[in-house]
Design a protein around this ligand. Structure first.
Ligand code: SF4
Length: 381
């Protein structure tokens, strides 16, 4: 009999090295107009027994992997590779590989999948968390996604129980703190629910990581997107605010709105200005702003919203003061994963520079250029 465990498709970039434990499948809401992650997946919450069976199978693979530990922190990688190649089934190979790479990396972090784990009752989730921690005493951090609407219904006391059971951090896609924006993207959540959710999570002693989408309100609501989000963040003081630049992806409702002229894409500069405005308006909080996704134009705009504002303003203002032609070269090169920061432009060889110049010259119309950049960014989501 094959011994396998479920592995879902999605996790935050910050959980790239984490062990993935699927406790739910899909998303309870599945209606955000920018998202198609679980479009064809019906939401399912697994029973505690079913999740524990997956944990047992993880332990089974961990025991097989452990044979190749040399006991001094190093591993017999050749032996591991031979055992991996010997497994006849692709699913088993995937499970063995995940457990082996996780243990080689220290076996410390776990991410509970999928889109809304906190839809599980606190009792069931606590039961699973305790079982998981007992199975793998090396675990240092367990994190999960949670929708603000669900989180707002969990009390601070219940979050404290989940913390006690072993949940350390919740990621929540707020995307915006403006009610107008939340409505047009059909997030199914209000700014007040976000505030209540965030405060409860933090009051329960769990770290909170929320996501902000510059540009998701379109050109019409660009200022409201920044100001509304700043207001919500100021009320909560989350541990992390992660930037996820918006792109209208084909197949989503917002893409249809854009094609039909009901939604105007923000330019890259407008999205950068939203981030600048949000940083300006962040007051009395020490949240860490994080830019940990390739879709973000300026990856170095990161830091404490208490101590690093000037540094972040400098990076933004240096970009905004670039000559328009150079900006275009950088935007395209960044979206082709060729450059990480504007100053890298000087390292571009002349052939690449000429190619990018031809691309920029082929689309003189500024809005058509934004549409082209939108297509490039969309490939990453
Ligand atoms: S809540 Fe998250 S996963 Fe669910 S539809 Fe919205 S963005 Fe997608």
């Amino acid at each position: 009999m094959n011994r396998v465990f479920r592995i879902g498709p999605i996790r935050p970039p910050s959980e790239a090295d984490s062990l993935l434990l699927q406790v739910t499948n899909g998303c309870t809401w599945n209606k955000c107009k920018f998202c198609q992650l679980y479009k064809h997946t019906k939401f399912k919450a697994y029973s505690a027994d079913s999740i524990k069976a997956d944990i047992d199978n993880m332990v089974y693979y961990a025991d097989r992997v452990d044979i190749y530990s040399k006991g001094d922190g190093s591993w017999d990688i050749d032996g591991l590779n031979k055992e991996l190649a010997y497994l006849p089934d692709e699913d088993e190979r995937q499970c063995f590989y995940m457990i082996a790479s996780w243990l080689i990396g220290g076996g410390e972090n776990v991410f509970l999948q999928d889109g809304n784990t906190t839809a599980l009752s606190s009792g069931r989730l606590s039961d699973v968390l305790i079982y998981l921690r007992q199975a793998f005493p090396s675990i240092k951090r367990i994190t999960s996604y949670g929708r603000a609407e669900n989180l707002a219904r969990v009390t601070a006391e219940e979050f404290a129980e989940l913390k006690e059971a072993g949940l350390d951090r919740i990621h929540s896609g707020f995307e915006s703190g403006s009610d107008e924006v939340l409505k047009i993207i059909n997030k199914g959540v209000t700014a007040e629910q976000e505030i209540k959710a965030g405060r409860n999570v933090k009051a329960g002693g769990i770290e909170l990581s929320v996501y902000f989408m510059p540009g998701v309100g379109g050109r019409e609501l660009t200022e409201k997107n920044a100001l509304g989000t700043a207001r919500v963040i100021n009320e909560i003081n989350p541990d992390f605010l992660r930037i996820r630049t918006f792109a209208a992806k084909r197949g989503t409702g917002l893409y249809e709105d854009f094609v039909d002229g009901r939604f105007t894409l923000c330019s890259d500069d407008e999205k950068v200005l939203e981030i600048r405005r949000l940083i300006e308006e962040a007051k009395g909080i020490d949240t860490m702003l994080v830019s940990d996704h390739i879709i973000n134009l300026l990856q170095d705009v990161e830091g404490s919203l208490k101590f690093d504002k000037e540094k972040m303003f400098r990076i933004i203002d240096d970009y905004l003061s670039m000559e328009e032609g150079e900006k275009r070269l950088y935007q395209a090169a960044r979206r082709m994963a060729r450059l990480s920061r504007p100053e890298d432009l000087k390292c571009l060889d002349s052939t690449s520079r000429d190619k990018l110049k031809r691309l920029a010259a082929s689309t003189p119309d500024p809005y058509k250029w934004e549409v082209k950049m939108n297509e490039l960014i969309s490939r990453y989501i």
